[in-house]
Design a binder for this molecule. Structure first.
Ligand code: AMP
Length: 458
C-alpha cells in the first residue's frame, strides 16, 4: 500500500512539520513506496536518479528511525552513513538532512575531499548521528582514526553507478565492510550495470526493489529536441537561442572541461552572465558558480557531466547539450536537471555529424526518437573555427539521400539545414527560432519547489 499524503506514511510529527515548512504537498512515487518500508527497517534497492525525490525517500525514514532510538553521541562514530560520489551531491544531501531534521535533536555533518579537513575533523569530534561523505575523504579520515564505522546501523550508497564510473567501487566495498554487520542498507542507482548488480547482491539483505527509472519518469515531462548542426555552427546557434529571454536559467553541457571553459569564454564575450562548473575548478569556485546560478546572478552555467552530478537547482528553463555525451545514460542525467520534482522542462541537443552515433545510442536507451528542429542559422561569424575536434570514426550517413536544398553556402557541414534523421521534423518551411513552440518557456510549475529560490547555501 502506498500513501498519497505524508500524513499517511507514519513519519514522526517533527518531520511532518518540517515537510510543511518545505511546502511538500504530497510524496513523490519513490517516497510513497519507500518510506513505509524503510521505517520498518527493510533493505532497499532503488533504481532512481536525482529529480525523483530520492533524497527525502531515504533521509526522512533515517531521521525517523534515529529519532526513535536516541543515543549518546560518540566522537567520530556516526549511526547513519550516506556515501555519495561527488562533493556537490554530498553537500546537497547534507542540506536536505538539515532541512528535514531541523525540528529533531539529531546532528549531521558532510565531509568531502578537495578542502582542508580541519573543520570536518572538528565536527566529527563533537559527535554526529548522521555522516554524509564521499568515499575518498571518508577512508582517509578512517585511516587517520578520526572516524570509526562500526556503529553505523543505517548505510546508504547513493548514485552507486556513478561511484563505479568514478573508480570508487573498491573504496565502497571497504567502507561497507567496516560498518556494523547488522545494519539496514539502501543502494540507489540510476542504472544497473553488472558490477552494481553484484554489489547490490553482496551488500543488501533481502532488499525491496523500487524502480522509478528515468525511462518512465522524468523523460516524459521534458520536451526534447535535436538540432542537426555543423560543429563550427554550434556557437552561433547557441547565441541565437540565448537571444530569446525565455532561456532564463540555462544549463549547457560539454563533454570536456576545456570545452566548458571555451563555451563559457565565448558567451562572456557576448555579455551573457555565465560561469563554468567542472572538476578543474577549486571547490569554492564550484560552490560560488552553483550559488550564483541558483540565485539568478548567472544566467548560463556551462558544465561537464561529472561536475553536474546532483545539481539540484529549481526552475532550470533549458538544458542545452552543446556536445552530446558519449554515454547515453549521461544524457538522461543531464536532461533530468530540468523538470525537477514534477515540473516540466526543455532539453535541446546540438548534434554534429560526428555525434550521430551518440544520438542513436541515446534514442535506443530511451526507446524513442528525439524530434529534430528544422532551423536556419542567421549567420556564421567568419572567425569561428571548428570547436569540436572530430573524434573517432565519422558517423554513418543517415539513411536516404541527403537534402541539400536549403544549404547555406558557407556551411561545411552537409546536414544542418534539413533534418533527414527524423521523420517527425516539420517540413513546410523553416520557422524563425522564436516561432518554434518549444523554445518558449516550458510549462514548469514554478513555485512548486520554493525552498531554493533566491536562497544560498548555509
Ligand atoms: P532529489 O531527487 O532528492 O534530488 O529531489 C529533487 C528535488 O525535489 C529537490 O529539490 C527536493 O527538495 C524536491 N522534492 C523532493 N520531494 C518533494 C516533494 N514530495 N514535493 C516537492 N518537492 C520535492
Amino acid at each position: 500500500m502506498t500513501s498519497s499524503s505524508f500524513e499517511g506514511l507514519g513519519l514522526a510529527e517533527p518531520l511532518q512539520r518540517a515537510l510543511k515548512a518545505e511546502k511538500y504537498l504530497k510524496p513523490t512515487p519513490i517516497q510513497a513506496q519507500a518510506i513505509p518500508l524503510l521505517t520498518e527497517g527493510k533493505d532497499l534497492l532503488g533504481i532512481a536518479q536525482t529529480g525523483t525525490g530520492k533524497t527525502a525517500a531515504f533521509a526522512l525514514p533515517i531521521l525517523h528511525r534515529l529519532s526513535l532510538e536516541p543515543a549518546q553521541l560518540v566522537p567520530g562514530s556516526p549511526r547513519a552513513l550516506i556515501l555519495a560520489p561527488t562533493r556537490e551531491l554530498a553537500r546537497q544531501i547534507g542540506e536536505r538532512f538539515t532541512a528535514y531534521g531541523r525540528k529533531l535533536p539529531l546532528t549531521s555533518a558532510v565531509i568531502f575531499g578537495g578542502v582542508n579537513q580541519h573543520h570536518q575533523v572538528k565536527a566529527l569530534k563533537a559527535g554526529v548521528d548522521i555522516l554524509i561523505a564521499t568515499p575518498g575523504r571518508l577512508l582517509d579520515l578512517c585511516t587517520q582514526r578520526h572516524i570509526r564505522l562500526d556503529k553505523v546501523s543505517i548505510l546508504v550508497l547513493d548514485e552507486a553507478d556513478r561511484m563505479l564510473d568514478m573508480g570508487f567501487i573498491r573504496d565502497v566495498r571497504k567502507i561497507v565492510a567496516a560498518c556494523h554487520s547488522k545494519r539496514q542498507t539502501l543502494l540507489f542507482s540510476a542504472t544497473m550495470p553488472p558490477a552494481i548488480a553484484k554489489l547490490a547482491n553482496d551488500v543488501l539483505n533481502h532488499p525491496v526493489r523500487i524502480d522509478v527509472s528515468p525511462k518512465t519518469i522524468a523523460v516524459d515531462r521534458i520536451e526534447q529536441r535535436v538540432y542537426f548542426v555543423g560543429a563550427k555552427d554550434k556557437r552561433t546557434l547557441l547565441d541565437q537561442l540565448l537571444a530569446d529571454p525565455a532561456f532564463d536559467r540555462v544549463l549547457v553541457f560539454t563533454r570536456t572541461k576545456r570545452g566548458a571553459d571555451r563555451v563559457c569564454k565565448q558567451l562572456k564575450q557576448t555579455g551573457v552572465p555565465v560561469d563554468a562548473l567542472h572538476g578543474n575548478k577549486a571547490q569554492n569556485a564550484r560552490v560560488r558558480a552553483l550559488d550564483d546560478f541558483r540565485k539568478g546572478k548567472v544566467r548560463v552555467l556551462v558544465a561537464t557531466d561529472i561536475a553536474a552530478r546532483g545539481i539540484d537547482v529549481p526552475n532550470i528553463s533549458h538544458v542545452i547539450n552543446y556536445e552530446l555525451p558519449n554515454e547515453p545514460e549521461s544524457y538522461v542525467h543531464r536532461i533530468g536537471r530540468t523538470a525537477r520534482a514534477g515540473a516540466g522542462g526543455a532539453a535541446l541537443s546540438f548534434c554534429d555529424q560526428s555525434e550521430r552515433p551518440y544520438l542513436k545510442a541515446i534514442e535506443q536507451l530511451m526507446q524513442r526518437k528525439v524530434t529534430a528542429v528544422d532551423h536556419r542559422l542567421v549567420e556564421t561569424p567568419p572567425e569561428a573555427g571548428p570547436e569540436t575536434p572530430r573524434r573517432g570514426r565519422p558517423a554513418q550517413a543517415p539513411k536516404g539521400r541527403r537534402r541539400g536544398g536549403n544549404r547555406t553556402p558557407h556551411s561545411s557541414d552537409t546536414t544542418w539545414t534539413r533534418t533527414p534523421h527524423s521523420s517527425e521534423a516539420p517540413r513546410t518551411r523553416t520557422p524563425h527560432i522564436s516561432e518554434i513552440p518549444m523554445l518558449a518557456a516550458p510549462t514548469t510549475k514554478r513555485g512548486q519547489v520554493s525552498r531554493h529560490s533566491g536562497g544560498g547555501h548555509r
